[in-house]
Design a protein around this ligand. Structure first.
Ligand code: FAD
Length: 478
């Protein structure tokens, strides 16, 4: 049985409709399509899913690069633009390529990514080659990319591009950074032809056909335990549902801090769950535009990450979008049925702190008077910034919708509107004992979804699918 708080399946991997435009609630595209196909087949999907690669461009003062190309070609282009840095660029990408080779299929052999009997066996394995790889991985996850780049390149713009794939300073460990470059440049980021929601619909169909029961608009309000083991859930309506296993896809903090009774897991675990932060949230403006009125020719890729100015220091002004990275996405260009004829769907997204909006929230889906005007003002500011890349944008708009961190909290059901799993920062992560959090300290309680892994080692959607598969295998193996 699946209890789903939303009135639809798929969670944030779904769509909503506005005046003929079909917009994504969350994910736009994802990596590792082959692995996704395998996971879907294992879940019983028989139809073949086609994928289209998305491309990504960075457009900032002194930089215009399409990053979604093989590292070798990208390295040569960058060396052309920064001749004095040629050796550093080569050395950096050589290091990244080595890590990519080392971590290929890491989820198949590294004990931190395994569960059950396979984890125990991998931990006991004394094979010198395996031990060497484990040691290298450990060191890479503790090596801050900032320190590596300091020794290799001197241009600040280049350092940021190589270290964050954008205009911000490097934050990630070398292990995480190599993962990001692998996804961006080598494996690619792809969208399924059936739409991301199409995958959720197909999975739900298979599940129902095999006798599964999906209850939509039915939030779980609490996890029940008996003698220390998970034994079922209560719904928001007070119904008690007993079961041998509970798999929570509510985010991990919500699962432990809101749904599980305090005292049902060791206090140290609760402390850790409280202490390690999640990734932040974002502001997203959805636009339906008349194609004839906007000039899209500056966009060399489906996704353009742009920053108009790079100003250091100063206090954070939420309405100053010029000094921030903004993603412009030309959404679903080739997907029939998602965009009306003669129109285009454009998404503008930028990181946005939850705290700056928290005071507007008076309860679940409740806002203080004036919130609508405030978020429309934020949206207009974002449009104005994007207009420097897309002349005519503001006068082409026929549909405008805005999602804020509060939207992701109340409609996405993510704690503090978090977008992309646990923190990616090398300084704050790494306190959990392994990379998979599917097995929990509470017997018979498992978790699945992006917060069931401390790192998105396959990216968002594939990690969510993978952890779901791991949870299913753990149950079936008992
Ligand atoms: C704005 C945004 C953009 C993103 N972009 C990308 C992207 O481009 N690529 C990518 O790979 N990933 C992206 N992600 C991450 C993306 O959300 C995940 O990859 C994927 O949807 C994660 O699936 P999940 O099952 O872990 O979480 P969710 O999609 O959040 O699903 C969790 C489900 O649990 C339900 N739930 C929560 N609490 C309860 C409860 N108490 N009772 C019953 N049901 C409950 C929710 O309603 C939801 O259906 C994005 C996320 C957001 C929010």
């Amino acid at each position: 049985m699946v209890l789903e708080k939303c009135p639809h399946v798929g969670g944030t991997s779904y769509i909503f409709h506005r005046k003929g435009h079909v917009f994504p609630m969350g994910p736009l595209a994802f990596s590792f399509p082959q692995k996704v196909k395998t996971l879907l087949a294992e879940a019983g999907l028989t139809q073949e899913t086609e994928f289209r690669r998305n491309h990504f461009e960075l457009l900032a003062p002194g930089l215009d690069v399409v990053c979604s190309r093989p590292l070798k070609a990208l390295g040569e282009d960058l060396a052309g633009s920064f001749p004095a840095e040629k050796n550093g660029i080569e050395a950096f990408f050589c290091e990244i390529e080595g890590i990519i080779r080392l971590t290929e299929d890491i989820e198949e052999w590294h004990p931190d990514f395994l569960t059950g009997a396979r984890k125990i066996a991998a931990r006991k394995d004394r094979d010198p080659d395996l031990l060497g790889r484990l040691e290298r991985i450990r060191r890479l996850s503790e090596t801050h990319s900032k320190n590596v780049l300091e020794g290799l390149v001197s241009d600040g713009r280049l350092k940021n591009l190589l270290g964050s794939l954008g205009t911000d300073g490097p934050e990630m460990s070398m292990l995480n950074l190599a993962f990001m470059w692998n996804v961006m440049s080598e494996v690619g980021i792809w969208s399924p032809a059936c739409g991301i929601h199409g995958l959720a619909d197909a999975l739900a169909e298979v599940f129902m056909a095999r006798g599964g029961d999906i209850r939509l608009s039915t939030p779980a309000a609490g996890i029940l335990t008996k003698e220390g083991r998970a034994s079922g859930v209560t719904t928001a309506d007070g119904e008690v549902l007993r079961s041998r296993w509970v798999v929570s896809t509510a985010d991990y903090k919500t699962t432990f801090l809101d749904l599980l009774p305090a005292g049902d897991a060791p206090p140290q675990h609760f402390d850790l769950v409280r202490k390690v932060p999640y990734t932040g949230s974002e502001l997203c403006v959805y636009l339906g535009v008349d194609k004839r009125c906007v000039d899209l020719t500056r966009m060399r890729a489906d996704h353009v990450f742009t920053r108009r100015e790079i100003r250091a220091g100063g206090s954070f002004n939420p309405e100053d979008f010029a000094n921030r990275e903004v993603e412009i996405c030309l959404w679903a260009q080739d997907a029939p049925g998602l965009v009306p004829d003669g129109r285009a769907s454009i998404l503008l997204r930028t990181a946005f702190p939850y705290d700056l909006l928290a005071a507007w929230r008076t309860g679940e889906k409740l806002r203080r008077h004036g919130y609508q005007e405030f978020k429309t003002r934020l949206a207009r500011g974002l449009v104005e910034t994007a207009e420097h890349i897309l002349p005519g944008l503001s006068s082409s708009i026929e549909v405008l919708e805005v999602a804020t961190p509060l939207t992701y909290q109340d409609w996405g059901h993510r704690r503090l509107g978090s977008i992309a799993g646990w923190t990616w920062s090398a300084d704050k992560a790494g306190e959990f004992p392994g990379k998979l959090l599917v097995e929990t300290p509470v017997p018979n309680l498992l978790t699945a979804g992006i917060y069931a892994a401390t790192e998105l080692f396959l990216g968002g959607v594939p990690t969510a699918l993978y952890t779901g598969t791991i949870a299913a295998r753990l149950i079936l193996d008992r």
